[in-house]
Design a protein around this ligand. Structure first.
Ligand code: THU
Length: 145
């Protein structure tokens, strides 16, 4: 359920304090994932322009298309709290090769700048990947960039 795409990410290491902080927060959020249909549990954590951290987990629904991704919930939490710009977001889940879905890429682009960092890491903490949103969603349809 992950890793079908072309691998354009950079290899990063888990030593950056921000990445460590986001990973810890995303791991905790993943614990609360509601994913009884896919059993694919995802946690997300982001930082806003004020340095605040917001988290989300995937919340699935018996009516499958109504499920919500972890990233969307973290972005929503940021907006509710008055955050305007996501500066970095990390997602954790799966066994490697995780990257945000197309819809989440659009959601991130809406609430970030082109250099917003996106990190992903497998559930066991391996396979850290990183991209800028402009790499994951080139030529994005947004109000202004
Ligand atoms: N999912 C996320 O929450 N974020 C991602 O980046 C990838 C996929 C969720 C959606 C669904 O609940 C489950 O993972 C399987 O696709």
């Amino acid at each position: 359920m992950a890793g079908l795409g072309q691998r354009i990410s950079r290899v990063s290491t888990l030593t950056d304090p921000l990445i460590i902080r986001l990973k810890q927060a995303a791991e905790a959020a993943r614990e609360n994932a509601h994913a009884p249909y896919s059993n694919f549990r995802v946690g997300a954590a982001l930082q806003d322009e004020q340095g605040r951290i917001f988290t989300g987990c995937n919340v699935e629904n018996a009516s499958y298309p109504l499920g919500t991704c972890a990233e969307a919930i973290a972005l929503g939490a940021m907006v509710v709290a008055g955050g305007k710009v996501c500066t970095a977001i990390l997602v954790i889940g799966g066994e490697g090769g995780l990257s945000p879905c197309g819809g989440c890429r659009q959601n991130i682009a809406e609430l970030s700048r082109p250099d917003c960092m996106i990190y992903s890491v497998a559930t066991d903490g391996t396979d850290l990947q990183s991209w800028r949103i402009e790499e994951l969603l080139p030529a994005a349809f947004v109000l202004k960039r």
